[in-house]
Design a protein around this ligand. Sequence first.
Ligand code: FAD
Length: 891
Amino acid sequence: MDTFQNWTQNIEAPVAEFATPKSLAELCQVVREAEAAGLPVHAVGSAWAYSAPAHCEGVMVRTEALSGFPAAVQAAITQPGPADRLLVAVGGGITIRNLCLALDGIPRPDGRPGLPAGLSRGRRWTMPTLGGSGGQSLAGAVGTGTHGGDAARPAIGDYLHALLLVGSGGQLTLVQRTAVVEVNLLRDNLIAEGELPPGATVRELRGDAALDAAVLSLGRFGIVHTAVLAVHDETEVALVEHRWPTTWRGLAPGLGARIEQAVAGDEFLEVLINPVTQADGDRKCLVSQRKSLPRTELPVAGRAFGLGDQASTPVLDERSRSPLPPEIGQALCARELPPLLADVAKLLGLPTDRRLGDVLSDLLNLTTTLGLPQLVEVATSAVTDALKPSRRPSDNQPWLVHGTRWEVGDFFDYDSDCFRMDFAELFFPADADLTARVDGVLGVFETLRAHGIALGGYVSLRFLRGSTSLLAPAPFERSCAIEVAMLRGLRGNRMALTLLHELAIRHGGRLHWGQLNELDSAAVTQLFGGALTGWRRELATAEGESTTFSTAFTRRRGLEIDRPVDWTQWTDGGIRAGGPPALAGNQVFVADERRILHSTNTIGGGWRPVRPEPIGAQARVVVLAGARRLEILAADATGRVLRSRQEADGGFPRWEHLGGEGIDGDPVGAAHTDGRLELFARGDFQRQRKLMQAWAHWPGGPWAGLMQVGSGRLGGPPSVCGRSFHGSDQLVVLATGLTGYVRWSAQTGPGGASGWTAWQDLGAQPGSHPLAFRDPHGVVRALVLDPAGRAFEAIELTGELAVRWQPWRALPTGPRLDPTVGLTGAGSWLLGLDRDGRLFGSHLDGGSWTAWQDLGGALTGPVAASAGTDGVLVAGIRRGDGQLVSRRLNA
Ligand SMILES: Cc1cc2nc3c(=O)[nH]c(=O)nc-3n(C[C@H](O)[C@H](O)[C@H](O)COP(=O)(O)OP(=O)(O)OC[C@H]3O[C@@H](n4cnc5c(N)ncnc54)[C@H](O)[C@@H]3O)c2cc1C
């Protein structure tokens, strides 16, 4: 057993074994041996990703030795592309930094060979776009959607033309958009080089969908051995960077135009925002703009930026003169504290002989405790401002510097260690709503501040073209990446992260896969919709049902194939129904055409009348299990509630009328964990359609009559389920209000007469028959169909005293379901009918809903469903002949 720790040191987890294959054949062997031992496998590059998608508990494959320029693949590239581009076959484990150096003809620090001379042709080749650091591996970077800030250029992965993957069984797969690599030639080359493992073949998956799925797949498609990447010839040009200070209020109104300009001019654009508000409520910003200029224009580069004839100076010279390293992590590693901070630390009695970042985070936490967040915000602000000067240290002229793309773009210090920050990155369309989204992100700092919690860090906006990868965090034609950097170890970081995730989900934004990413599969399904379905389809083609590359990370986020679930066929129940059925485990209850309630344990026969007296026409029956007996409740013809509690011999005594008020339509019931039962219904016309409640005084005991709860009128029937809080359980009721929006009310005590919260709207989600659903993990979910028949859910934040809901989000798109019938829940299943009466089901898999499965049938009205240890049973009434029919999913 070994231990994995990611570079940012926020995740440490056990691993059965690390392997470091040095060749394709060794890599295939590692995968096969792991499979033979029953272990999962996953690739790890530089382990720079914050939520550690590389981790698996089985064999982690280190890829640093797969970092050359594989000749067998290069020689099989038959479509080289335009003259100023080079398609280069490069090992997936090479770091971006080493790749940049090799392309530029500079010796690699890892001592490995550079770009073969025959390929470089004496030109200076560059990556088309770069992030701010190059320590990531190429495959790790593209596998998470890593990007730069070139407004007209997409993420790095979009420059890949082909991938050579080692999948489950050691299978080699060439994935490419078009036939740039000749697959037979590749096979021959591999054989000639002795690289094709015994028994292996090379399979080709060609097409947009295949490559768009495989490029960004977080290692789920297997291990990238080689990537075929398009690089640019920048021999004659230099990248020139100009920076200038402004404020957010000064910049925001013209941001759209500035983005347009950056796109049109193929420029890099970044806006760094200091989130600390100034006295006037505004915030400091620093804008960085980069353009490619012919080297001959460098003496007058200022002209391109409105700076007259100012000459550009070499970026490396200016950086060497700057007081602080340009990357915040390195700056925070400094042992020498800025004077202001040193004074504050001394004042508070904190040791000052540690790294700047450690002192700052201690200070922030301490001042939060002391109620003085502003103190350290000022200090953090000073560090942030000092990081990127807007004037050149050499001559105090406006910042105008140049270098190669990697010299300007990658300012990470590879020689010194650095302070690990927490990073989250949100992506939104760069459209008219963008400034509101940025304000939302800045609002997170405000929210924390309002709680007296200081948050140290900065916000950076970068712009890029949308990616075609199916799981792209930046899919929007014009995308903005909003990066939030937070000082590690602060008390507010967790809350900030939650708020940032909520913000992205609420506004259809996305999150970087390689930064802090705590999405669950429900959120991933909501955010990626049909693209996720497409991605899963491609995964199924590439990897079939194999789980070799499945990890806790991919499972939690639903990055797995859809597995069909097998239901039995519809079976005739042997009774014509006079109302909707009810289920209690395997026992089925249904009124016949004469409105006499019958029941059976074995659908298809054995029906017996429960009672000889009829119940109300079309009355929905409630069967509840409490104190080891069943209780049946149903409306009679006048809208009053009948009740019968099972006797020791299994029979049911005469109906009794539950005292109290009359109801309108269908009652619903719930059992407390101690067996006490409660019943709810919408009151009749005289009761002004308010919520009515009745309850058993103790388990198996007599009932209080129906009484009105609260004052709000209901626009439809209620739904109820229990929620747990510290060992006790309370009921939550959902119903539509008169405005057509879903409302909720929850018990404030243990139930019965203990009281209710006032009715509250549960966000702006219209729908007529909401379902309160407690899933097998105890999570309460509100589900509703909107008027168009699309399903939405809001999840309750568990473990809190007060009921709080996450924002509504859509379930997987699928059939339009009938909102007048609503949804039914059982176990982990959710069921609904479309307008033709066809049954569809979705179930929770790893916390999120699977795609809707067509369960067939042609049914009327609501279905009944129950779940037990032996599976799920669904019963409904067939259209046309009124026959009760059922289907079962065996566990
Ligand atoms: C200091 C720093 C700066 C950063 N700057 C930026 C930036 O400017 N822009 C940006 O977009 N992001 C940035 N990031 C995020 C970073 O690019 C991603 O986290 C990236 O995934 C890290 O690459 P890695 O090689 O370390 O991947 P790892 O963390 O090792 O792995 C990430 C994922 O890729 C998979 N993977 C790795 N290698 C392979 C392979 N050979 N085959 C198949 N799958 C593989 C892993 O299984 C895992 O799922 C930064 C991160 C840090 C720590």
